[in-house]
Design a protein around this ligand. Structure first.
Ligand code: DX5
Ligand code: ZN
Length: 231
């Protein structure tokens, strides 16, 4: 994976048909998704459960772009090798998931993956300041993690603070939660380059009507690129 700050749309398969993940992944990629965002929830760190390493491994052959795995689980460390084995390209852990995020990020990189760190809405940018040299991606949650389809929370001040803190380092800023054509330009103007979108990508489409996914992805991307217009 090479680094660049172009805008990337990462559909979250949390909004896909859970009985048809392979076809859904192929459909969103064919319709222009840059990355595939995979939300892992444990019913403990967040009040919802999705899937674990065997399912993520089953997704892998369908993902031709980048498999971006967002862990909403605690603890993280016992499962890092399982997600490496499952084929995650990026593995993101929450800074709130345990006391030793520094160790977790080292272990993710040591297992051969890019290391991401996610921040809940109530967690300040400074929580990752001393982790940045171990980090390939900072995920700013713009909803409380656990469910798709929630209302966007304005975290633009936090995104700007992170962008300044990151400087020239090759670290992505990813936004997760409530991203749609209305909210996207605000987060890209603040410095984000990766936009996760679940409901805004999957709404109105299906594997039998994948053109709607393409239209949704294009609309988010066009809106996100219209940065100057909203500043
Ligand atoms: C929320 C997940 C998100 C979610 C986003 O806990 O981490 O990735 O799928 O869904 P939307 O775009 O519908 O807010
Ligand atoms: Zn997510």
């Amino acid at each position: 994976m090479s680094f660049d700050r172009s805008i990337k749309i990462a559909p979250s398969i949390l909004s896909a048909d859970f009985a048809n993940f392979g076809a859904e992944i192929r459909a969103i990629e064919a319709q222009g998704a840059d990355w595939v965002h995979v939300d892992v929830m444990d019913g403990h760190f967040v009040p919802n459960l999705t899937f674990g390493p065997p399912a993520v491994k089953a997704f892998r052959p369908h993902v031709k772009t980048v498999m971006d795995v967002h862990l909403m689980i605690a603890p993280v460390d016992p499962y890092i090798d399982a997600y490496a084995e499952a084929g995650a390209d990026i593995l993101t852990a929450h800074v709130e998931a345990g006391p030793h995020t520094h160790r977790t990020l080292q272990a993710i990189r040591a297992a051969g993956m890019k290391a991401g760190v996610a921040l809940n809405p109530g967690t300040p940018a400074e929580a990752v300041e001393h982790l940045l040299d171990l980090t390939d991606l900072v995920c700013v949650m713009t909803v409380n993690p656990g469910f798709g389809g929630q209302k966007f929370l304005d975290m633009t001040a936090k995104i700007r603070a992170l962008r300044a803190m990151i400087g020239d380092r090759p670290i992505h800023i990813e936004i997760d939660g409530g991203v749609d054509p209305v909210t996207a330009p605000f987060v890209t103007a603040a410095g984000a380059d990766v936009l996760v979108a679940g409901s805004a990508v999957f709404r109105g489409g299906s594997v039998d009507n994948p053109a709607a996914y393409g239209e949704n992805i294009r609309t988010i991307r066009d809106s996100a690129q219209s940065i100057g217009k909203v500043a």
